[in-house]
Design a protein around this ligand. Sequence first.
Ligand SMILES: [Zn+2]
Length: 185
Amino acid sequence: MKFTYCPICGMKLIEKDSWDEGAVPYCPTDDVMYFDTPKPCVVVAVIKGSEILLLKQSYTFKNSKVLVSGYVTNGESVEDTVHREVKEETGITVGEIKYLGSDYLASKEIIMLTFMAKYVEGEIKVSPEVEWANWGNIDDAICEMSEDEIGKRVVRKLLKEIKYEGERAYRCDIEAIYCDIKDEK
Ligand SMILES: [Zn+2]
């Protein structure tokens, strides 16, 4: 987000040259530069054997299941966010967190930091913001996440990480099939 006014004192910001960034909005009163940074958010694929934790949240995708996700809160590490969001949304404790790369969502200025994590303990108990959560077969995840493109990308990376063999999990994956064909040319 590009800042115009100082969120601390409310004064109109001036521009100040930063080394690499060029002109950056700056408050001389508070001596703070307001860089145009994205909002960090985590997306987590939680696995338990051959199963994956899927959620339903109609306010994000109406007809699609999604992975656990949430914003990084100021003061915590991104790994803390992974533990906290999975726990808050589903009641599950996870371990063996592994970073799977990032994806930028331009429409919302969000940087999605994607992870896989393994189930440690707990029964599923959803938070009020989640309609439904349950374990599903990894084979069916891509099919059930039809609208969630970033989520599906995480599942594809996860399948590579767990050295998934076979094709069943990709049977609904039109985009991936199309990309493979393109890559071969
Ligand atoms: Zn200020």
